[in-house]
Write a protein of this length. Structure first.
Length: 161
């Protein structure tokens, strides 16, 4: 796993990639001008809304699970004063906020019927998984108990992945 680049002392490059992709996904969904066939529009809208709501719930649970906020950072390297959080949403998944971004981005792409946003969501999946791998290297170095937590907890989406 150590072959994943840091992209900065605290992983700043991963955050830049993440923000750029989120912006592209958002704009691609807004810019969609190709009319979709009616059944696709309805199914896409329903599935998209469900995924957006699931993503919002998972993201809020992830943020609220970081009680004091000392562990909350977009950067993959843990803060010096932080502790390993394995309760709340973090008892179900190791990276609930990343999972929320994944669910939300695919939900947005489906809601808007945007193939370009869907392609951006696929790119975001790749970036967040690589960022997760880099983050877990640093978490394993900092917290000896992380290895056990990692074996018993899913990555991004409760009960699924």
């Amino acid at each position: 796993m150590s072959h994943i680049p840091a992209l900065g002392p605290r992983g700043e490059g991963w955050v830049v990639l993440q923000v750029v992709l989120l912006g592209l996904i958002g704009f691609a969904g807004l810019a969609r001008s190709t009319p979709q066939p009616e059944p696709w529009t309805l199914v896409g809208a329903i599935v998209g809304i469900v995924l957006l709501l699931a993503g919002a719930g998972l993201g809020l649970a992830g943020i609220s699970g970081l009680e004091s906020g000392d562990a909350l950072t977009a950067l993959p390297r843990p803060r010096d004063a932080s502790r390993l959080v394995d309760t709340g949403a973090y008892a179900l998944v190791r990276h609930p906020i990343y999972g929320a971004l994944m669910l939300g981005s695919i939900g947005w792409a489906l809601l808007r019927g945007s193939p370009a946003a869907l392609l951006g969501a696929a790119g975001l999946f790749v970036v967040l998984d690589l960022k997760r791998r880099r983050e877990e290297i640093w978490l394993s170095e900092r917290y000896p108990e992380y290895a056990a937590y990692r074996t018993r907890t899913r990555r991004f989406i409760p009960w699924i992945w």
